[in-house]
Design a protein around this ligand. Structure first.
Ligand SMILES: NC(=O)c1ccc[n+]([C@@H]2O[C@H](COP(=O)([O-])OP(=O)(O)OC[C@H]3O[C@@H](n4cnc5c(N)ncnc54)[C@H](OP(=O)(O)O)[C@@H]3O)[C@@H](O)[C@H]2O)c1
Length: 316
């Protein structure tokens, strides 16, 4: 099946190009579980979760059930989870906890969710002013490498890292990150980061690949954009498929979230779409606007990031 195409990572593992996102504001365990079960039947093999999403129990339950019923082998699934910012002081314990919640022996990918370190008690998404600590990436990364050594994960990586932060990490890392998971879609194209990561063999996984329409922080700008709509019309495809295919055309994997059967099918159908050079050139002309700006990690007193530009090292 074409949508089970994989890309080889610098860790030697392979990542399926079509990812399935599991963050939803409602975080309804039954709904998430059913969506993952449906996704598995449809052919999705790459699942994205995180401690902070609260979706680990549902994802773990759905995958475990599918494995136990011999619908699928564990080896055929690519499962990603992420280290929350309040766990930077102890990635090994955090991953043990994640594995227990998932009911899994290992995850395929463990990512540092944000380049932000919070006090251990700050286990919520939006920190308070007194929750911040100085980011000590070296110590965090040693913990991530230990997770790998212990076999708790097959690859390690980062998320929401600028080129500058990746460079800093590469300066001391014994194991380079295999993935940087970042926002990427036709209106936030990550040209500089893609080039830098390409040079260092770091795979980019695109989150919000269709712009997150309907999410509280998302935007319909991508799917409603006249350029995307006209390309979709030309190929008898949908705007979401054009956005996803654009991400795939950059050798990224895409992590789309839909818990709706029709849209899940639509999204996986992006693999069959071919964009031509003219489409790709037209997309390059689209105005850019980052949706996930990370304001909640910025303040003028306690955060190491005084401004949004600091957080993204002016790559915003
Ligand atoms: N690393 C990070 O910091 C980070 C940040 C954000 C997200 N992520 C990951 O990336 C995943 C996806 O990101 P996202 O949810 O922001 O963005 P997205 O996949 O671009 O958009 C999801 C939204 O679009 C809707 N949708 C899905 N397919 C559609 C289609 N074909 N047509 C129209 N609407 C459609 C979904 O609603 P329905 O469910 O109703 O279809 C949902 O509201 C998340 O679930 C999470 O796993 C990671």
């Amino acid at each position: 099946m074409k949508y089970n195409q994989v890309i080889r990572l610098n860790s030697g593992a392979t990542i399926p190009i079509m990812g399935f996102g599991t963050y939803s504001a409602q975080n309804d365990r039954e709904e998430t579980k059913q969506a993952v079960q449906m996704a598995l039947k449809m052919g999705y093999r790459h699942f994205d979760t995180a401690k902070i999403y609260g979706s680990e129990p549902a994802v773990g339950e759905a995958l475990t059930r599918a494995i136990q019923s011999q619908m699928i082998d564990r080896e055929d699934i690519f499962l990603t989870s992420k280290l929350w910012s309040s766990d930077h002081h102890d990635p090994v314990s955090a991953l043990h906890q994640t594995l227990e919640t998932l009911g899994m022996e290992y995850v395929d990918m463990y990512l540092v969710h944000w380049p932000v370190k919070l006090k251990p008690w700050a286990t919520y998404a939006v920190p308070n002013e007194d929750d911040f600590e100085r980011l000590d990436l070296e110590t965090t990364w040693v913990g991530m490498e230990k997770c790998l050594d212990m076999g708790l994960c097959r690859s390690i990586g980062v998320s929401n890292f600028s080129t500058k932060k990746i460079q800093r990490l590469l300066d001391f890392a014994s194991v380079p990150p295999a993935v940087n998971q970042v926002e990427m879609h036709p209106m936030w194209r990550q040209t500089k980061l893609r080039e830098f990561c390409g040079d260092h063999k770091i795979h980019i996984s695109a989150y919000s690949p269709i712009g997150g329409p309907g999410n509280s922080w998302g935007s319909t700008a991508v799917v409603n954009h006249p350029i995307i709509q006209s390309i979709a019309h030309k190929h008898r495809a949908t705007a979401a498929q054009v956005a996803l295919r654009w991400g795939l055309s950059k050798d990224s994997s895409v992590i789309a979230k839909s818990f709706n059967k029709g849209r899940m099918k639509e999204n996986i159908g992006a693999v069959d779409l071919r964009l031509d050079d003219r489409d790709l050139r037209d997309i390059e002309r689209m105005e850019e606007w980052k949706i996930m700006r990370g304001e909640f990690f910025v303040n003028e007193t306690t955060s190491p990031y005084r401004t949004i530009e600091d957080l993204w090292d002016d790559e915003i």
